[in-house]
Design a protein around this ligand. Structure first.
Ligand code: 7TS
Length: 410
C-alpha cells in the first residue's frame, strides 16, 4: 500500500471545483459527504461532452450517434460490473439510485418470494430507503418484518441476528455502512450465516462504495444497491446488482419501452437481461458520469484512500471528544467516514446552524434513520461525514467551530 503524501491529497482535492469556494466569506469546509459527495472535473466534463457531442437515445437507432451512445452506455455497464466485481455485465441494472433499486427489488420479490406468513429481516440501523419499502411490502403481503437489534455501541447484535435467522425469513436486507452511526457491518459474515439457512441477502452499499473496495462475488451477496451521487458521480443514477439466477426469476417492476420483446394487445414478452429491468429512456449522461467517477477513483489505490480517510476520521474523533459534554452516537469498533454526536445542554440543529455560519457544512437531524434516533433516545444528531478529499486542516476547523457553537449555546 502506498501512503498518500499531503501534496498528493491536495492534488486530488484540486480536481473538485465545488470544494474551492467561499461561503460566508470563508473557505467552505464540506463535511456532508454521506448526503452527497462533490464531483471531480472529469465527471462534470464527461456530462458536458455527452450533451455537447453525443446526445441521442440509445438501443433504438441505426444512425451513427445512436450506435456510439449505445456502445458507450453498455461499456459503462461493464466498467461498473468490474468495479464491484460482478460476474457478468447484465447483473448491473441502472436505476435512479439506492432508493429506486430497493423499490425495484421489493416490488419484484413481493410477487413471488414473499407470501402471507413469511418474514423479511432488516437491522435496526437501516436508512428509511431500506426499511420503508420492506415494511410496506410486508403490510401489503401480510408478511412479518423482523428487526435485528443494535447494541449500545451501535453495532448489530449478532447473537440476536442468528436467532432471527432461525425463524427462516425469506430475505435479509442490511446496510453495509450506517449513514447515521458510521458502523461498518460484518456483512460477509452475516451473508454466510444467512446462506447457511438458505436465505438470500441484500446489501445496501449506499455508504460503502466511496469508502472501501466492494467485491460482490467475495461477499457472495445476492443483491447489492448503491447511488452514484455518493461516490462522486451525478445525482439520479444508481445501481441494482443481482445474481443472474435471481434476475432470471424476478418479474419486471416497471413496464414500457425497451424492456419488451414482442407486444400485442393481448400479451407482451419481455426483453433479455438486463433490459427487462430498464423500462423507458435511461439516464445515459448519468451512466457515463458514473463511469467517469469510477475511472477517477481507480487512478488511486483504494486501500491508500481508505487509510488516509480513516486517519482523518480518527483525528476528528480524538479532537471532538475533548469538548465537554460530547457524546458520540455510535461507537463501533469498525467505523467508516461518519461521526454522529450530541453535546449535553445543546440541540443538534442549533450546533448545525451555528457552525454553518462559520463555513462548516455538517448535517443535523435524524438522517433518514428515525428508529436509530429512537434507539439512542436523541431527537437527532450532528453528523460530520468525510470523503478522501477532506484535510486535517478541515478537521481542525470543524472542531473549533463546534467548540465555539457550544460555548455560544451554553
Ligand atoms: N441507504 C443509505 C445507507 C443511505 O445513506 C442513503 C442516503 C440511502 C440508502 C438512500 O440513497 P438515495 O441516493 O437513494 O437517496 N443517505 C443520505 C444521508 O445520509 N443524507 O442524505 C441522504
Amino acid at each position: 500500500m502506498t501512503k498518500f503524501t499531503a501534496g498528493e491529497m491536495l492534488e486530488l482535492r484540486a480536481q473538485f471545483p465545488a470544494l474551492h469556494q467561499n461561503v460566508y466569506g470563508k473557505p467552505l469546509v464540506y463535511l456532508d459527504n454521506a448526503a452527497t459527495t462533490q464531483k471531480p472535473q472529469s465527471v462534470i466534463d464527461r456530462i458536458v461532452a455527452y450533451y455537447s457531442h453525443e446526445n441521442t437515445n440509445i438501443h433504438r437507432g441505426v444512425h451513427y450517434l445512436s450506435q456510439q451512445a449505445t456502445e458507450a452506455y453498455e461499456n459503462a455497464r461493464k466498467t461498473v460490473a468490474d468495479f464491484i466485481n460482478a460476474a457478468v455485465a447484465h447483473e448491473i441494472i441502472f436505476t435512479r439510485g439506492t432508493t429506486e433499486s430497493v423499490n425495484l427489488l421489493a416490488g419484484s420479490l413481493k410477487q413471488f418470494l414473499l407470501q402471507e406468513g413469511d418474514s423479511v429481516l432488516i437491522s435496526g440501523m437501516e436508512h428509511h430507503s431500506n426499511l420503508v419499502p420492506w415494511q410496506q411490502i410486508c403490510l401489503q403481503n401480510k408478511t412479518k418484518l423482523l428487526v435485528a437489534e443494535l447494541t449500545n455501541k451501535g453495532e448489530i447484535d449478532l447473537e440476536q441476528f442468528k436467532q432471527l435467522l432461525s425463524q427462516k425469513p425469506k430475505l435479509v436486507a442490511i446496510t453495509h455502512i450506517s449513514n447515521a452511526l458510521g458502523t461498518i457491518n460484518p456483512v460477509k459474515e452475516m451473508i454466510r450465516l444467512a446462506h447457511d439457512f438458505g436465505i438470500p441477502v441484500l446489501v445496501d452499499g449506499a455508504q460503502s462504495v466511496a469508502h472501501t473496495t466492494v467485491d460482490v462475488q467475495d461477499l457472495d451477496c445476492d443483491f447489492f444497491v448503491f447511488s452514484g451521487h455518493k461516490m462522486f458521480a451525478p445525482m439520479g443514477i444508481g445501481v441494482l446488482y443481482a445474481k443472474t439466477e435471481w434476475l432470471e426469476k424476478m418479474p419486471p417492476w416497471q413496464f414500457g419501452g425497451e424492456m419488451v420483446d414482442q407486444v400485442s394487445f393481448e400479451e407482451t414478452t419481455f426483453n433479455q437481461l438486463p433490459f427487462k429491468f430498464e423500462a423507458g429512456t435511461p439516464y445515459v449522461a448519468g451512466v457515463l458520469g458514473l463511469e467517469a467517477a469510477i475511472k477517477f477513483i481507480r487512478q488511486y489505490d483504494m486501500k491508500s484512500l481508505e487509510a488516509y480517510e480513516n486517519g482523518i476520521v480518527r483525528q476528528a474523533l480524538e479532537m471532538l471528544q475533548t469538548i465537554p459534554g460530547m457524546r458520540f452516537i455510535g461507537e463501533p469498533i469498525h467505523r467508516a467516514g461518519v461521526i454522529s454526536f450530541v453535546v449535553d445542554g445543546t440541540h443538534p440543529s442549533d450546533i448545525g446552524t451555528l457552525v454553518d455560519k462559520m463555513s462548516v457544512a455538517v448535517r443535523t437531524g435524524h438522517h433518514c434513520a428515525q428508529p436509530v434516533m429512537t434507539r439512542f433516545d436523541v431527537p437527532g444528531t450532528v453528523r460530520a461525514s468525510f470523503a478522501f478529499y477532506n484535510t486535517e486542516e478541515e478537521v481542525e476547523k470543524l472542531v473549533k467551530a463546534v467548540e465555539k457553537a457550544v460555548s455560544m449555546l451554553r
